[in-house]
Design a protein around this ligand. Structure first.
Ligand code: RET
Length: 228
């Protein structure tokens, strides 16, 4: 087993177990069970990506950098699910306001896709341009979460507002570390090694998917029946 395969295999195991644990522990009431489903499929998707990367599928050396394609495929599927769950919480499941979900997901997918382009290009100027564009899309996602969705949630008030705020802060803090990890990793500045970067992203991925999923679904359990 190579040093790269160790964090990837651990990722596969932790994500698989995390998916089952969230499903077993999450709220099963009709009002909240879709959140439990969202949060247990997210690590299952990640487990699939980690399995592929452990086996070397979609891991391609381009110039001096190794690109882990399953990671970007995983992110482009899982981050929309996480955003949809969070925005539904913020809108208190109100279909009238669900228009915010689509633009947030479009910006999010552009963020991941242009991040991949930044990783793929060798030209330093182009790398900077694509990184900046990816950050611009990310800023759009954060704007939607922190402004219009927060406003709706504040207006509606109650327990869902508290859950939304707490989940929003957790998600924002963890997600903000991803661009930093990208910048210091081998995809750009190379301040940390390839293996170091795999460990860092493993910790981020487990926090953003398993810990967040567990904490987020546990918060719903505290809400009374019939909420929202
Ligand atoms: C990239 C590239 C550079 C610029 C930005 C990025 C942001 C990535 C994020 C990823 C979040 C991933 C999660 C995965 C787990 O489900 C693509 C690194 C802004 C925010 C939460």
């Amino acid at each position: 087993m190579t040093p790269e395969q160790i964090p990837l295999l651990i990722g596969f195991i932790v994500m698989s177990l995390g998916s089952v644990a969230i499903f077993l522990h999450g709220d099963k009431r009709r009002e909240f069970r879709h959140h439990t489903q969202f949060h247990s499929v997210v690590p299952f998707i990640a487990a699939t990506a980690y399995l592929a990367m452990t086996l070397g599928t979609g891991v391609i050396a381009i110039g001096d950098t190794t690109i882990y394609f399953p990671r970007y495929i995983d992110w482009s599927v899982t981050t929309p699910i996480l955003l949809a769950g969070l925005i539904l919480t913020g809108l208190h499941e109100h279909p009238r306001h669900s228009t915010y979900i689509l633009p947030a997901i479009v910006l999010d997918v552009i963020m991941i896709a242009t991040g991949l382009v930044a990783a793929l290009t060798d030209d330093p100027t182009q790398k900077l341009v694509w990184f900046a564009w990816s950050c611009a899309a990310f800023a759009g996602v954060l704007y939607i979460l922190w402004k219009p969705v927060c406003d709706v949630s504040d207006d509606l008030g109650g327990g869902m507002k508290t859950v939304y705020r707490a989940n929003l802060i957790f998600l924002t803090v963890v997600w903000l570390i991803y661009p930093l990890a990208f910048a210091i990793g081998p995809e750009w500045l190379g301040m940390i090694s390839g293996v170091g970067s795999l460990w860092l992203i493993l910790v981020l991925d487990v926090t953003a998917k398993v810990v967040y999923g567990f904490v987020a679904t546990a918060r719903f359990k505290k809400l009374p029946d019939g909420t929202p």
